[in-house]
Write a protein that binds this ligand. Structure first.
Ligand code: FAD
Length: 467
């Protein structure tokens, strides 16, 4: 019998004093005993709100019931009917917004730790050799190109392959996974986890090609000569800068560059790795989203005296996951809320010396319902800094748009889709951050899965190019 009143289980975590000295995973996950207790809290609702709230419709009660019976194989199979990235999602999805936010136990007992159970299932199934790549249906002869290897393309590629189509993923970088690889740090998402989930998709027969930037040499139009359809999942990798005087100073990084240096190029191992990153003793991070938290926590691990996050609203309005804000606070990252950046002050050599800021108060809500920051006149003050990391947003890189003139884009620079989810070019589909301008792993996956369905329908009206 389920018992929701049992104590809600949380995994072990590295102590803050230890974890700021390493890039090892902070959250350790559940033990088998904890997973047994936590799974027995689930009521197995007939109309599961958690599942309805999951963008990729993971069969949550089914997998938790199987797990509770000790049947890891059935549990992982239930998850993998809709998601091939369970160990990733179990770690980085904002469950508080999706499944756990909808759990019926939320108010009275606290929601079931669905994310931790998903992670436990995926990790245990992998360890016990129970996680098997799904078998594709009969070969159709169609070939699809997926541009980018982030969660959106991965979900699309895996789903198309399941349906028996050949799929080739083209990635501009030398490693696959998109933000999962170059943005989210290994202390939140170990690289072995990303590697193993991509390997499952590879085992299904999806081909991965790295170091190929679609656009300048091979265009989307070129791809359409060889492939029956193209999915564009190239993300939103172009940083938005603050547009303040002095921003070109030495020592100002975009979060994208900083995180890529640290996470993809492993600058924290320099000189053992080839890429250095210089941040000095006092670091400022601008922004309040996941990128800002990741940048601040990475910076902290590089050993400066002080890391401060400067955010123009209050803590309540921060778009970052609450858990990550608390993690950053525990690790000693300082926060300057209601503070607006005004100017980067430099020394005579053009190096960052300080950030001039203004104090702010909260005004009326904006179009998203978040209260706007309003600068307080004559409240200027300086925060000393040796480096500043700008993490205030990103948008799609314009390379695809520039090299694909027929592809309609929105004013925001995102790829335009019609009400049926189709792009302006026949046979070309898209999803994830290139269409949303920055969202979550799960929404990117949902787009990829839905586009796979649309591509499959489109192919039913076509003859394979190779025939
Ligand atoms: P991406 O993950 O950006 O992948 C796009 C890929 O396409 C990249 O590998 C890129 O190199 C490649 N590419 C681009 N252009 C080309 C081209 N022309 N040719 C070939 N390849 C190309 N979401 C969460 O749910 N939880 C989190 O904790 C979280 N943390 C985040 C932390 C950071 C630092 C950032 C930046 C984002 C975070 N997000 C988080 C958001 C989430 O990661 C993104 O919404 C998601 O990765 C988008 O997936 P995507 O597949 O659309 O694009």
């Amino acid at each position: 019998m389920p018992n929701p009143a049992l104590p809600k289980q949380e995994g072990q975590r590295q102590e803050p004093k230890d974890r700021i000295k390493n890039f090892e995973e902070v959250a350790q996950g559940l033990t088998s005993k904890q997973a047994a207790i936590e799974s027995s809290r689930c009521l197995n609702c007939k109309e599961p709100r958690c599942q309805a709230a999951c963008p990729v419709n993971v069969k949550i009660p089914k997998f938790i019931a199987a797990l509770n019976k000790g049947d890891i194989k059935a549990a992982i199979e239930a998850i993998m009917t809709t998601s091939l990235l369970p160990a990733i999602c179990g770690r980085v999805c904002p469950q508080e917004k999706y499944c756990q936010g909808a759990c019926v136990l939320k108010e009275k007992f606290g929601p079931v730790s669905i994310g931790l159970l998903e992670r436990y299932t995926a990790d245990t199934a992998r360890k016990q050799g129970l996680l098997k790549a799904p078998k594709p249906e009969q070969e159709t002869g169609f070939k699809i190109a997926c541009v980018g290897s982030g969660p959106s393309s991965l979900a699309c590629a895996a789903q198309l392959r399941r349906l028996g189509h050949k799929v080739v993923v083209f990635e501009a970088l030398h490693a696959f996974g998109g933000v999962l690889r170059y943005g989210i740090p290994s202390f939140r998402l170990p690289r072995e986890v990303v590697n193993s989930e991509i390997k499952t998709i590879e085992e299904m027969g999806v081909e991965f090609r790295q170091d190929i930037l679609i656009g300048p040499s091979t265009s989307v139009k070129d791809l359409l000569k060889e492939f029956d359809s193209v999915y564009i999942g190239s993300g939103a990798g172009l940083p938005t800068m603050a547009g303040i005087p002095g921003e070109n100073a030495v020592g100002v990084y975009s979060a994208n560059e900083f995180l890529t240096r640290v996470n993809l190029m492993q600058a924290y191992k320099f000189p053992e790795s080839d890429t250095p990153v210089k941040i000095g003793k006092q670091v400022i991070v601008l922004g309040g989203g996941n990128s800002a938290m990741d940048a601040a926590r990475c910076a902290k691990r590089l050993g400066p005296e002080k890391v401060s996050v400067v955010y123009r609203r209050s803590q309540e309005e921060m778009p970052a996951r609450k858990e990550e804000v608390l993690n950053a606070m525990e690790e000693g990252v300082e926060f300057q809320f209601l503070t607006i950046q005004k100017e980067v002050i430099t020394d005579e050599k053009g190096h960052v010396k300080a950030l001039k800021c203004l104090k702010a108060r909260l005004g009326e809500p904006d179009e998203k319902g978040r209260r706007r920051p309003v600068a307080i006149e004559n409240s200027d003050f300086l925060i000393p800094a040796d480096s500043i990391i700008v993490a205030i947003g990103q948008k799609p890189n314009p390379i695809i748009a520039k090299t694909t003139p027929d592809l309609k884009m929105t004013e925001r620079g995102t790829m335009q889709l019609d009400e049926n989810g189709n792009s302006s070019i026949k046979g070309v589909f898209g999803g994830g951050d290139i269409t949303r301008g920055g969202a979550t792993v799960l929404l990117a996956m949902k787009d990829g899965l839905e586009a796979a369905g649309r591509i499959d329908n489109y192919l039913k009206t076509q003859t394979p190019k190779g025939k």
